[in-house]
Design a protein around this ligand. Structure first.
Ligand code: UT7
Length: 333
């Protein structure tokens, strides 16, 4: 066992978006909707959909390869793979195991995290704890989704909102204290699971001809209820983590929220009282990619020059469960 040191740092990031771009106007050819409705209510202009045969594990592995290259480490140093997803290639084995094989990483503990859209943030916090235990040296945390596979393209209230993609980060330890992932927080409330769920296909409603005919294997959402909860828990998680880390909103160089709806992000921006320029938004291009969204945004923010060494960055997410979580980073190059 290696002796733990005081910090867990992000050594590299990567993301992958499938090639196929689907505009709001194209969605309007599938369901009764309009570019105007989607943009006004959500901020989304387009999304990406994976090709047939391009599964969540492929998206995850592609993002991971980029993160490993960015970290400039030997891939064989990775001994932990966490894949956050609610659209695994199959119920089991885990998508993390499929990624292990695709990346040919010989010595890994690999498992999936099911925390819906909060998955990447949960993953960072869990991996940081596991690295600090001294039992693991380098972790690959990936958020990846092929949501197009569980969308009901007869339900305009959900299918226009989501897209496919993957974001990844390589984590390691640093001897410099007080850098990297300097705090994490998470929460869950499973008392009302039906507000956002995929009811069929599990042990409660196994796949049958009837359950398929009733379209129960598709994502279902009570958008209004989720919206209300999202605004509340995003703010609560952010405020709690600021308090826990002894920081004020003015200390934040960048906030990277889960990309579900521009109105939810605007409300968080106002409640936290941070300038709009310090909030990263890319949902106009990708829609809601669930567990992938924060990882993709983190990678894009870095490549857009929005992150400098020493910056405090707040990652905050919420999702089905209901789950919520936040991570505080003090970026170190
Ligand atoms: O990652 C976590 C997950 N999800 C979220 O964060 C989603 C949270 N919720 C939301 O983002 C919003 O609630 C939605 C974008 C889903 C919906 O926006 P809303 O302002 O809450 O709209 P609504 O559900 O109240 O619907 C308003 C109207 C309804 O028509 P009526 O009943 O007023 O005549 C809907 O039938 O808009 C209609 N509508 C649509 N019209 C055109 C719903 N979906 C569509 C659509 N195109 N795609």
């Amino acid at each position: 066992m290696n002796k733990p040191t005081s910090s867990t740092v992000i050594l590299g990031t990567g993301s992958y978006l499938p090639e196929r771009i689907v505009s709001n106007n194209e969605m309007a050819q599938i369901v009764e909707t309009s570019d105007e409705w989607i943009q006004t209510r959500t901020g989304i202009r387009k999304r990406r959909f994976a090709a047939e045969g391009e599964n969540t594990s492929h998206l995850a592995a592609a993002a991971a390869r980029r993160a490993i290259e960015d970290a400039a480490i030997d891939p064989s140093e990775i001994d932990l793979i966490l894949v956050a997803t609610m659209t695994p290639d199959m119920p089991f084995p885990s998508t993390a195991c499929l990624v292990q094989s695709q990346l040919n990483l010989p010595q890994c503990t690999a498992f999936d995290i099911q925390a819906a859209c909060t998955g990447f943030v949960y993953g960072l916090n869990i991996a940081a704890s596991m690295l600090q235990s001294g039992n693991f040296n380098k972790a690959l945390v990936i958020g990846a989704e092929k949501l197009s596979g569980i969308l009901d393209f007869e339900d305009r209230t959900t299918c226009v909102l989501f897209g496919d993609g993957a974001g990844a980060a390589v984590l390691g330890r640093s001897n410099t204290p007080g850098v990297g992932i300097i705090g994490g927080i998470g929460g869950a409330d499973g008392s009302n699971p039906e507000v956002l769920c995929q009811p069929g296909g599990g042990s409660a409603i196994p796949p049958t001809h009837d359950s398929l005919d009733q379209r129960r294997h598709f994502l279902k959402m009570n958008g209004k209820e989720v919206f209300k909860q999202a605004v509340r828990v995003m703010n609560q998680a952010s405020t709690d983590l600021l308090k826990k880390t002894g920081l004020a909103p003015a200390d934040l160089s960048l906030v990277i929220p889960h990309q579900a709806n521009l109105r939810i992000i605007d409300s968080l921006t106002k409640r936290l009282n941070v300038p709009t320029e310090s909030v990263f938004i890319n949902l106009q291009d990708y829609g809601n990619t669930s567990a992938a969204s924060v990882g993709i945004a983190l990678d894009e923010a870095r490549h857009a020059g929005r992150i400098q060494s020493g910056d405090h960055i707040l990652l905050v997410a919420f999702g089905a469960g209901l789950t919520w979580g936040a991570s505080m980073l003090k970026w170190q190059e």
